[in-house]
Write a protein that binds this ligand. Sequence first.
Ligand SMILES: NC(=O)c1ccc[n+]([C@@H]2O[C@H](COP(=O)([O-])OP(=O)(O)OC[C@H]3O[C@@H](n4cnc5c(N)ncnc54)[C@H](OP(=O)(O)O)[C@@H]3O)[C@@H](O)[C@H]2O)c1
Length: 306
Amino acid sequence: MSAKDFADRFTAKGCAILSAAGSFLKNEQFGSWAGTGALTCGAALAIYSLNKILSIRALNHGTRAIFDWSKEIVLVTGGSGGIGGETCNLMDYQQLQGVAAKIRREVGEPTVIVANAGICRGKPILKAEQKDIQVTFGVNTLGLLWTAKTFLPALASHNHGHFLVVASQTGYMATAGATDYCSSKAAAISIYEGLHSEMKHVHKASAVRISCISPSHVQTAMFDGIQSVPGMASLTPQYLAKTIEGILKSGRAQNLVVPASVGLSTLVRTLPDWIRVFLQDSAAGAFNNLKPRDDVAKSSEVNDEK
Ligand SMILES: NC(=O)c1ccc[n+]([C@@H]2O[C@H](COP(=O)([O-])OP(=O)(O)OC[C@H]3O[C@@H](n4cnc5c(N)ncnc54)[C@H](OP(=O)(O)O)[C@@H]3O)[C@@H](O)[C@H]2O)c1
């Protein structure tokens, strides 16, 4: 082979290889994968941002609200341990009216309400006594409604304020051993959704913020003895308090499931049944060794029948 032949042959081969690699990188497999990947990421980001903007707009009815924190009066139910706290059995509507009147006289009309009080007895329905179930719904569902009926009228009439419901991730999917608790929290989520809509359509008070937070497990006395199960995230009370503070200070209504990693649980009812059952099976042992606080003693009106 002459030097010229050699050069021609290998240069031609090299050119062919380079051109093949070039077209692979540019237009063909790799190029189209990279292009598709970038497009997918861009589209996902655009959908995420659009979704966020639309949700914030819808949850706040497209209105602005200004909170003057030197004037707002914040009331947290189920937070009576601290300074200035009033004790009240939220299941007792009359008692609540008395305590509300005292708060109005001594402090003023609350403008920011965190409906936080809750109870969990942690017993399977067939093992729970009637009073366990009555107290669970009495505090988590009726107590929430009584709180709304007592304090929301002032917010609606001034078209100002924030009402935040502390629901639970369990409101989106019932777990064995806490069916009454989970269903009382599902009701709380529904009450939140209804109040949010009524504020706009019935009371024409679009600037009143109605929010909901549905936490996964929080390390408090309520779920003392809970067993960790796959997918269960555990939050500190400080983290939850900071998140609630963030919602209130933002002046915007929000509907959050925290942490974000458990947000998919909101989709459970729209997913095929086998996925729900699989998730319920995985979580089934969580409440086996729960040591619930003996809060039933608080209510004198609940009878003891099984
Ligand atoms: N811990 C969690 O993993 C978790 C997860 C998701 C959602 N949540 C929700 O977060 C909220 C706060 O729970 P927590 O974890 O802080 O539980 P907690 O430590 O047991 O506190 C519950 C609060 O509710 C109050 N309460 C109970 N029965 C009441 C009644 N009849 N009338 C008025 N107040 C009553 C209690 O008041 P006393 O102290 O005076 O009895 C207590 O301050 C609840 O709504 C709960 O369902 C908790």
